[in-house]
Design a protein around this ligand. Structure first.
Ligand SMILES: Cc1cc2nc3c(=O)[nH]c(=O)nc-3n(C[C@H](O)[C@H](O)[C@H](O)COP(=O)(O)OP(=O)(O)OC[C@H]3O[C@@H](n4cnc5c(N)ncnc54)[C@H](O)[C@@H]3O)c2cc1C
Length: 323
């Protein structure tokens, strides 16, 4: 015999618990289901835990900005392990608090993955539940990239559980969570690179403001690359290698002469960032290669080349995007 409800809500995040509470307050019989600890992304794996980490990063940032402006040199650093323990003091207790609140409201809670069995029933952990209405508030899943080595990537869920912060981090994607995590990690002492396949970071946001944020992010040491797709992730004994490709067909140098065959490979020494080699194809490759020859001869690093202000629009002004 299945239990009968007016509404069954799938998920226990903000969307689910808000709708469940309102319908219950209106007198409906309501059940709620989740296969993960109750609370959803925001409370357990998103906004709230992230904001705890942001709190520490903001202090580091603020102190650094005030150095020489009334504050002397400070040996201030983030103790990542202790910060994670502080984060857990919020997230560990959240599921039971949410379950208690649901119980007080008279909402039946079920643990397990919900699977529809008919238009008016679903199954959770072997129990059949029937309802007049269903609300699917199941949230979102990380996108699959479909690239070799994808299994080596971790998602934001795992980032928020890292017991140790890696020394070097590559963030795939240049949206707002990527920027938030990059700013946290760089202030906690990691070297961070952000790769975005589109020409612009933070695409839904105002381009002028984004360009200021991109400049500021570079100033604090975040290495940002737009128009860079991750093609593969390889693991060797000590580290991971991220293979990327850059779509140069939208670059002005190539577009203005209607050439879509252009690209490059720049070889950069790990650690020192010294330029070791360069392969170029496309408009003005025969001129631009001379600058790489000079850079190799003069032992210049990728950073040296990136900080040059190139005249624009010229083929050499593309160099800052190549590195
Ligand atoms: C790292 C990160 C930081 C973020 N920071 C912010 C922020 O600062 N501000 C902001 O506004 N937003 C932020 N967001 C976005 C915000 O967390 C989400 O928009 C919000 O949590 C979505 O809520 P929801 O209720 O729709 O789904 P969710 O909170 O994702 O809940 C869905 C629930 O459904 C469950 N579920 C899925 N399928 C089933 C099934 N078949 N059976 C049973 N249960 C199921 C899941 O286990 C999950 O618990 C952030 C997101 C992330 C990942």
């Amino acid at each position: 015999m299945s239990k009968q409800y007016d509404l069954i809500v799938i998920g226990t995040g903000m969307a689910a618990t808000t709708a469940a509470a309102k319908c219950r307050a209106a007198g409906w019989n309501v059940a709620i289901v989740d296969y993960q600890p109750f609370g959803g992304t925001c409370a357990l794996r998103g906004c709230d835990p992230k904001k705890v980490l942001v709190g520490a990063a903001e202090i580091i940032d603020r102190v650094r900005r005030m150095q020489g402006k009334g504050l002397g040199e400070q040996d201030l650093h983030i103790d990542w392990g202790a910060l994670m323990a502080f984060k857990r003091s919020f997230t560990d207790s959240a599921p039971s608090k949410i379950e208690n609140s649901l119980e007080k409201q008279g909402i039946d809670a079920f643990h397990g993955r919900a699977r529809f069995r008919s238009p008016s029933s679903l199954e959770v952990a072997g129990q059949l539940l029937a309802s007049r209405h269903f609300l699917i508030a199941a949230g979102a899943k990380p996108m699959r990239l479909g690239i070799p080595g994808e299994e080596h990537l971790i998602t934001s869920d795992r980032f928020l559980e890292l017991e140790e912060l890696p020394q070097r981090i590559v963030v795939v994607g240049g949206g707002f969570i990527a920027f938030e995590f990059a700013h946290i990690a760089v202030r906690a002492g990691a070297k961070v690179t952000v790769l975005e396949q589109l020409p612009r970071f933070l695409r839904p946001f105002d381009p002028d403001l984004v360009s200021w944020l991109v400049d500021r992010s570079r100033q604090i040491g975040i290495d940002l690359h737009a128009e860079t797709s991750v093609e593969a992730v390889e693991k060797d004994a000590v580290s991971y290698k991220v293979r990327t490709s850059t779509d140069t067909s939208g670059w002005y140098t190539a577009r203005r002469v209607n050439e879509d065959c252009s690209g490059y490979k720049i070889l950069i020494e790990e650690g020192s960032e010294r330029i070791l080699g360069a392969h170029l194809i496309g408009p003005h490759a025969e001129e631009v290669i001379n600058l790489f020859a000079l850079a190799i001869r003069a032992n210049l690093s990728a950073k040296d080349l990136k900080t040059v202000i190139w005249s624009y629009p010229t083929a050499t002004s593309d160099i800052s995007y190549m590195l």
